[in-house]
Design a protein around this ligand. Structure first.
Ligand code: ZN
Length: 262
């Protein structure tokens, strides 16, 4: 499935005519390779709307008008890209994007995941709420639903790289905290790669400055910290397992970076 309009050279058939000495022959169009690559991204669960995101099309904002934002986002992008390029020959086993606008955090996490896919690692994109909803269906009586949920749980366990987008986005139940705790604990002890984005402030701010905490809280209207949503133990494991990338920019007077629509 093409992400944009039809290819003008093959009109979406992936075949073009070429003239040879023996007559007309069919040859794969140049867009075929790109299509295979896109299919690989979609197989990892990336929603079509965001499957095109890369480091190259990441916008760090207007340099002159929002200098501080530009610097923060550029530094975040460089850090994520360095990590993705050096993985797995690096100290940490994941990235935690936090404190910034959800759209930009998701963009960098997806760009990182795609570099891992290009490296041949098995990868999986999960929206936090959809992940929990699907896993919750495991307890449903319908065999087909329970089977899909079981397959998802198995894939989460086995995949080389797991991306959890918008971690802690919704208020938790005991079941939610226990489920996400199991997933994080397993990846932590198995040293499996974990990529996380969260708009919630961390209880333990790696930068340790009150200003940073204040900035990050600006993005959390309910003033919950991540630990309130997924449990402090899981937050500690993530901080130990992942390299933190703070994307907190100066707090505006109003909400910033609307939720990414899919
Ligand atoms: Zn084509």
């Amino acid at each position: 499935m093409a992400l944009s309009g039809l290819c003008p050279d093959c009109q979406g058939t992936f075949w073009v005519r070429v003239e040879t000495q023996r007559g007309t022959a069919a040859k794969r169009c140049h867009c075929y390779r790109e299509e295979l690559q896109t299919a690989r991204y979609l197989e990892c669960g990336l929603p079509t709307r965001i499957a095109h995101l890369t480091f190259d099309n990441f916008s760090a904002g207007d340099y002159f008008k929002e200098r501080k934002k530009y610097n923060t986002l550029t530094a975040a992008m460089n850090k994520a890209k360095r990590f993705a390029e050096s993985f797995p020959i690096c100290k940490r086993k994941g990235l935690l994007f936090h404190g910034g606008p959800t759209t930009e955090m998701t963009h960098l996490a997806v760009a990182t995941l795609k570099l891992f896919i290009d490296k041949g690692l098995s990868c999986m994109f999960c929206d936090y709420q959809m992940l929990l909803d699907t896993l919750l269906e495991r307890s449903q009586p319908e065999a087909s639903i329970a089977g899909a949920s079981k397959a998802l749980a198995q894939r989460i366990r086995d995949v080389d790289v797991l991306l959890i987008d918008s971690l802690g986005e919704h208020r938790p139940s005991r079941w939610t905290i226990d489920t996400i705790s199991q997933i994080i604990k397993r990846r932590y002890y198995s040293e499996q790669c974990l990529l996380v984005t969260t708009a919630l402030p961390l209880k333990e701010d790696p930068r340790g400055s009150p200003e940073a905490s204040q900035e990050m809280r600006a993005y959390s209207p309910l003033h919950d910290a991540l630990g309130d949503r997924i449990g402090d133990e899981s937050v500690h494991r993530i901080l130990d397992h992942c390299e933190g990338i703070s994307m907190a920019v100066p707090a505006p007077g109003h909400a910033v970076g609307g939720k990414l629509r899919r």
